[in-house]
Design a protein around this ligand. Structure first.
Ligand code: NAP
Length: 293
C-alpha cells in the first residue's frame, strides 16, 4: 500500500494531479449564464487556494461564459497556474454541440479563448475531435493538428493536446507536433481506454479523464456507497482516488459548481487505498455501478 504520487510533469512543468474542470460553472446544460455568478467565482478562488494549479476549460462552455468567469476570478493569473482549453466545437442557439473543425474555426476558437481568458498565449490547447460525441472514432485528424501546429509556430499556442481520440489518432498527431495530453472519457465504470492509459503512461503523456465522476449523472452504486461508509469516505472520493491509484499519468479535473463538493473532492488526494480496497473498486466498476451516458 503506497500513497500515489501527487504531481506529474505536464506541458513543461509539474502540476498537482488534482486539478479542476470548469465546465459546470457555465450553468445548466453548460449553457450560460449561471444562476449565481458570484458562487462560480468563489469555487474557482477556492480551487486555487486549495492548491489547484491545472484548470480545464473551453470557450464553448457557456459559450464564452466559463472563460469570462475564470478571468474575473483569477486574472492576473499566478505563474504556476496552467489553464488548458479546447477547440473543435461551437454551440448552437439551442445549446447543441456542433463540430467546428475547419482551419478558420480552429483559428477563431484560439482567438476567442485568448480574448475571453485575457491571455496572449494559451498554454495547452486540446483538439476536441467530434466524430462521436462521447467516444472516439477512427479517421484522420491531420488537417486539424496541422492548423494547431501553425498556431504554435505563430506563438499563440504553447502545447497541443487531443480529446476524444484513438491510439492511432495520437500517433498520427505526434508525427505533426508533440502531444502533451489526451482527454477522453474514463472513470471507475467507463474503462474502454484501459490500454490507452497504459500506452500513454509508457510515453510520459498525461491522460486527463473527462467525466471522472461519471459526468452529468455521477456514478452511483450501492456497493460503492457501502465501501465509502466503511472507509469513512464518500463515493466520489473513492472514484477519484481510484483514478489517482490507477496510473501516475492520470491528471484529475473533477467538475463542480459547489465549494463543498470541491473541498470533498480535494480531500480525495489524501486517501491511500489498500490492494484489497482497490480490488473491490475494480469489481464494482466491472459490475453493478451505474454507467453514465
Ligand atoms: N473533452 C471533453 O469532451 C469533455 C467533456 C466533458 C467534460 N470535460 C471536462 O472534464 C471536466 C470534468 O467533467 P464533468 O464536470 O462533466 O463531470 P464530472 O467531474 O465527472 O462530474 C461532475 C458532476 O458531479 C457532481 N459532483 C462533483 N463533485 C461532487 C461531489 N463531491 N459529490 C456529489 N456530486 C459531485 C457535479 O455537480 P455539482 O456541481 O453539484 O457539484 C456534476 O454534476 C469538465 O469540467 C470539463 O472541463 C471535457
Amino acid at each position: 500500500m503506497s500513497h500515489p504520487s501527487l504531481n506529474y510533469p505536464f506541458a513543461g512543468r509539474r502540476v498537482h494531479r488534482m486539478g479542476y474542470g470548469a465546465m459546470q460553472l457555465a450553468g445548466p446544460n453548460v449553457f450560460g449564464p449561471p444562476k449565481d455568478r458570484a458562487a462560480a467565482v468563489a469555487v474557482l478562488r477556492e480551487a486555487v487556494a486549495s492548491g489547484v494549479d491545472h484548470i480545464d476549460t473551453s470557450d464553448f462552455y457557456g459559450p464564452h461564459v466559463t472563460n469570462q468567469i475564470i478571468r474575473e476570478a483569477l486574472h492576473p493569473y499566478a505563474d504556476d497556474l496552467l489553464i488548458v482549453t479546447k477547440v473543435g466545437a461551437v454551440r448552437g442557439d439551442d445549446g447543441a454541440w456542433l463540430a467546428a473543425q475547419a482551419p478558420e474555426d480552429l483559428r477563431r476558437a484560439v482567438h476567442d479563448n485568448l480574448r475571453n481568458l485575457g491571455l496572449d498565449v494559451l498554454d495547452v490547447v486540446n483538439l476536441r475531435v467530434m466524430g462521436n460525441i462521447h467516444e472516439p472514432g477512427e479517421g484522420s485528424i491531420a488537417p486539424q493538428v496541422e492548423t494547431l501546429a501553425e498556431l504554435q509556430r505563430q506563438g499563440l499556442v504553447r502545447h497541443v493536446g487531443l480529446s476524444n481520440v484513438t491510439s492511432a489518432q495520437v500517433a498520427e498527431a505526434q508525427r505533426i507536433t508533440q502531444v502533451v495530453c489526451v482527454q477522453n472519457q474514463y472513470n471507475l465504470v467507463q474503462r474502454a481506454d484501459d490500454a490507452l492509459v497504459d500506452e500513454l503512461a509508457a510515453k510520459g503523456i498525461a491522460y486527463v479523464p473527462f467525466f471522472p465522476l461519471g459526468g452529468f449523472t455521477p456514478i452511483q452504486s450501492e456497493a460503492l456507497s457501502a465501501l465509502a461508509q466503511r472507509l469513512q469516505s464518500t463515493p466520489m472520493q473513492l472514484a477519484l482516488s481510484w483514478l489517482l491509484h490507477r496510473s501516475p499519468n492520470i491528471l484529475l479535473i473533477p467538475g463542480t459548481s459547489s465549494v463543498a463538493h470541491l473541498r470533498e473532492n480535494m480531500q480525495a488526494a489524501q486517501l491511500v487505498l489498500s490492494d484489497e480496497v482497490l480490488a473491490q473498486l475494480n469489481a464494482i466498476g466491472g459490475s453493478d455501478a451505474h454507467r453514465a451516458a
